[in-house]
Design a protein around this ligand. Structure first.
Ligand SMILES: *Cc1c(COP(=O)(O)O)cnc(C)c1O
Length: 379
């Protein structure tokens, strides 16, 4: 049998990514960075919060980002394979087994243990390279990082490694998004004190950084030499209180089409478990989106979508690949009509935050959960 050719069409479910909106958001943060004399690292981890790391990485650099931040060696290597040459930071710790690849792809690594510093040094020496590294200090998140009381001893034992270039030092706040300034200021002061103490001992780190989206937006006094916004570049602030501070635009629209429409008689159970029961004759439509696409199952009997610019409620349990919506109040709905799961239609909008609020989550999770199989379309 002959090898089949490429598909000529795709399913109707797609995530439209507005690269112009994304570049505009990056530009807002580039201006903020310039105003405080800092560099801009665009954090594009987790497949660019679900938007696609390669196109987003290129767009971030076009719009003025100085560096990119990811959390896995795989994403860093993928960006390099697609021709990105600016510094790419791995903002997570990695295992010793990943170190040789990370050095080969010239990734800037975070160091939070002596074992990792030794492994990076060894890999760099064997590849005749000097690996740029940033020392991660734990000031209270208690995830990764050298403890403050061990920082000096750590530098005494590792700073001189010839395979390493200590380009930077950084920390990550635990409670800035929540606006807990007392905790955040304590962490910042602790960070600055350690940096000063290390400087006095001759351990210098040219790029000091601490702030993600929240700090970039709200605390210019903590920008230091670089800011690291992530979620805000995609048009959503971490918290509602920050919503009107900057003219940010949501970058993603999630849409599909109606596959099937039926009228179901009164008092009929619909969907798995039959926990939705029609109240009268209801016009129900099938949409080919399910929790297998990363659309949260917790939206079952709770979520809404837009059809003809009006809200239609999700009826029954969302399954892996489909869900059913009630289009009774909308009128003349037909197979092939557009369904907006996230985005605008008519005068109405459903945001990632609306979805997050309904399922007690955060916008990061709603966006980043979107699976690979959802076709990303860039405009
Ligand atoms: C995710 C992350 C960021 C970006 O955080 P946002 O709140 O999305 O802006 C910055 N720095 C580190 C270390 C991170 O892990």
């Amino acid at each position: 049998m002959a090898q089949p050719t490429e598909l000529t069409s795709h399913g109707p479910t797609k995530a439209e990514v507005d690269l112009t909106a994304f570049r505009d958001n990056v530009d807002v943060f580039k201006t903020i960075a310039e105003n405080s004399g800092s560099q801009l690292m665009a954090v594009v981890k987790t497949n660019a919060y679900g938007h696609g790391v390669v196109p987003i990485g290129h767009a971030a650099i076009e719009a003025g980002a100085d560096r990119l931040g990811v959390t896995t060696v795989e994403e860093g290597a993928l960006l390099r394979k697609h021709g990105i040459s600016v510094p790419i930071h791995v903002l997570s710790s990695i295992t010793p087994a990943q170190v040789a690849d990370a050095v080969r792809y010239d990734l800037t690594l975070s160091v939070s243990s002596r074992a990792l510093a030794e492994a990076i040094h060894a890999a760099a020496v064997s590849q005749a390279k000097t690996a740029p590294v940033h020392l991660k200090l734990d000031t209270g998140l208690h995830r990764f990082g050298i403890a403050p009381e061990h920082a000096r001893e750590f530098c005494r034992s590792c700073y001189h490694f010839t395979g390493l270039y200590w380009e930077g030092i950084y920390t990550h706040f635990s409670s800035a998004d929540e606006g807990d300034w007392e905790t955040t200021e304590k962490q910042f002061t602790l960070f600055m004190n350690i940096v000063m103490e290390l400087n006095e001992c001759g351990y210098n780190f040219p790029i000091r950084h601490a702030g993600a989206s929240t700090i970039a937006m709200e605390r210019e006094d903590m920008h230091l030499d670089m800011i690291r916004p992530g979620i805000a570049l995609f048009g959503y602030t971490p918290e509602v209180r920050q919503q009107d501070r900057l003219p940010l635009k949501p970058v993603m629209t999630l849409k599909s089409k109606i596959l099937h429409v039926r009228t179901i008689p009164p008092a009929t159970p619909v969907g798995y478990g039959g926990n939705y029961v029609t109240s009268g004759y209801e016009k129900l439509a099938v949409v080919p989106v399910g929790h297998g696409d990363g659309y949260k199952r917790a939206l079952s009997n709770k979520g809404e979508v837009l059809v003809h610019g009006k809200r239609a409620a999700i009826a029954g349990e969302i399954s892996l690949d489909q869900m059913i919506i009630n289009v009774t109040p909308i009128g003349d709905v037909r197979e092939g009509d557009d369904v907006i799961l996230m985005g605008s239609q008519g005068g109405d909008t459903i945001t990632a935050r609306d979805i997050a609020d309904k399922v007690d989550s955060i916008v990061d999770e709603v966006l980043a959960s979107l699976m690979e199989r959802v076709n990303r379309v860039y405009k």
